[in-house]
Design a protein around this ligand. Sequence first.
Ligand code: HMG
Ligand code: MG
Length: 299
Amino acid sequence: MSLPKQVRLVEVGPRDGLQNEQQPISVADKVRLVDDLSAAGLSYIEVGSFVSPKWVPQMAGSAEVFAQIQRKAGVTYAALTPNMKGLEAAIEAGVKEVAVFGAASEAFSQKNINCSIAESLARFAPLLEAARVNGIQVRGYVSCVLGCPYEGEIDPEQVAQVAHELFAMGCYEVSLGDTIGTGTPGKTRQLIERVGRRVPHDKLAGHFHDTYGQALANIYASLLEGIAVFDSSVAGLGGCPYAKGASGNVASEDVLYMLNGLGIDTGIDLDALVDAGERISQLLGRANGSRVARARLGR
Ligand code: HMG
Ligand code: MG
């Protein structure tokens, strides 16, 4: 199969990246990150989460962040919402796009959102209905698609089932999350082939954490399967608080560099993205997690 001509990168750094940071990060610093990312040409930015502050304290200021970002025309600013309470808070904050997040693993579902897979889907259905009434688009996530920190191997059929249910209830796109980064390219292709029988390929996205260094290879494998939307995190920020040892998402800069090399259009400026990633890395006192950024910055 030929490669897609265009790819949409979903920048999850401000959410998936920062949610795991223990140190306080000010609203102003989060706003600056989001604005730097939109200035670099990202057209989709996950800004924060409307979740329980007891579960993920770092995302508590998300409404303030939404209030202060400079909304650029053509950019989607999204938030995670696990339940109706989250959706209501998102609507209050003027959010126009949200994401629900389920899992292909029962144990992970319990640890992450304190309910079973079936309960989570039953919780999402009214949320999707309320979102539709309010003109809000909903994206769906499935976690642990290529392995679970608690259950190990995950049956691709289980992933396909959950992805199908999210799509059937109205998620316009389903992002397949390799939460702990254990996937490899062959398994990634098999997974997409299986899930693609239940959800059209052009409604699927890939969300690869880079814990085992496989993320770029898995993205390339996904491109070969016709996937054209990928989630990534500037400077490779992050991890999941309920998946111990999970490192950040694949670095946006590294994905962009690969896509540029393949002649695939994204509309994103690599230099501006590198600057945004370096700025937040320095602020957090973290080594920049992007290999491309480190090379460009001469480290
Ligand atoms: P629960 O304790 O079962 O919820 O948590 P509850 O409905 O029983 O409510 C308990 C308390 O939480 C109550 O407050 C509620 O008001 C409050 P209290 O009376 O105790 O003061 N509450 C909320 N507060 C703010 N916003 C809300 C909300 N809902 C309830 N929306 C719940 C269930 C889902 C709320 C909790 O488990 C939670 O917030 N989990 C979020 C976990 C999370 O954000 N994980 C990280 C994101 S997922 C991820 O990173 C994976 C992904 O990147 C893909 C991948 O990599 O695979 C997407
Ligand atoms: Mg993630």
